[in-house]
Design a protein around this ligand. Structure first.
Ligand code: G3H
Ligand code: ZN
Length: 287
């Protein structure tokens, strides 16, 4: 059964580790991430962008697929199905479709509007037992059509949003979606520290997890980050393993073109990458 992310993140914040959110795109991705979570006994959050939801034909299909897998793969670890960078309309659709968690990305609205919409969604989520993530400041770069300027969050605004009854707060601290540019300045720990000072027990979320050096990840966790989002890195290892399989001509041997064989190296690479991240985030054995 899907669960809200609230409980697992509260535990993570108190235990000084982070739960990984790994974005899904299809059946192979979902199966690989659930396999890694079950094998490492780690709680996990499956992230679905609006674009990926559309690609999988719609949010109801996603809910059906994930619930079927939880049952037939006999998954015992806590799993949340979470809308990633949702619009107000997207949030409504996911609530209706049976997601257990949503992110309302109101970071591009004036703060008053972000507050009003977040408040409304917080009341609905509370009533339905779902968890809600809000965003302040913006994550740089682009993810699935969501573009951010990358300005650091204002800690006072973070406090204002955190007090609206959300379960987790994403704050821009110099993090960027996708591969980091060579001249990246690193995370602003000063901003993160100021945010955690003001928001207390609120689990903080670090987006743009791909390519952040391990020492920065650990420092971010020590300063209150309890959820870390990773997307691009799984895509990169999937592409690399698939390319290797084809370049070695394996698709031409013994029915190697069968999608169940062709997609296997990529899926296995995702399992390994997700396990590596769970180890780094400290969530292994925490289910
Ligand atoms: O919302 C999803 C993430 O922030 C993923 O970022 O693609 O840089 O790993 P990433
Ligand atoms: Zn993100």
């Amino acid at each position: 059964m899907l669960v809200s992310a609230a409980e697992m993140l509260k535990k993570a914040k108190a235990g000084h580790y982070a739960v990984g959110q790994f974005n899904i795109n299809n059946l192979e991705w979902t199966k690989a991430i659930l396999t890694a979570a079950e094998e490492t006994k780690s709680p996990v959050i499956l992230g679905v962008s609006e674009g990926a939801g559309k690609y999988m034909t719609g949010f109801k299909t996603v809910v059906g697929m994930v619930n079927g897998m939880l049952e037939e793969m006999k998954i015992t670890v806590p799993v949340a199905l979470h809308l990633d960078h949702g619009t107000y309309e997207g949030c409504q659709k996911c609530i209706e479709a049976g997601f257990s968690s949503i992110m309302f990305d109101g970071s591009h609205y004036p703060i008053e509007e972000n507050v009003a919409k977040t408040k409304e969604l917080a009341a609905i989520c509370k009533e339905k037992g779902m968890s809600l993530e809000a965003e302040v400041g913006s994550i740089g770069g682009e993810e699935d059509g969501v573009v951010g300027a990358g300005e650091c969050a204002d800690p006072q605004e973070c406090k204002m949003i955190a007090d609206l009854g959300v379960d987790m707060l994403a704050a821009g601290i110099g993090n960027i979606h996708g591969v980091y540019p060579e001249n990246w300045q690193g995370l602003s720990f000063e901003t993160l520290d100021a945010i955690q000072e003001l928001t207390g027990d609120m689990p903080l979320v670090l987006h743009g997890g791909t390519g952040i050096p391990d020492d920065m990840i650990k420092k971010a966790i020590s300063l209150g980050v309890a959820k870390i989002n990773v997307n691009t890195e799984c895509q990169l290892v999937f592409a690399e393993a698939t390319r290797k399989y084809i370049e070695e001509g394996k698709d031409k041997e013994k029915k190697g073109f069968d999608p169940r064989k062709l997609l296997k190296p990529g899926a296995e690479a995702i399992v390994e990458k997700v396990k590596e991240k769970m180890e780094l985030f400290g969530s292994v054995g925490k289910a």
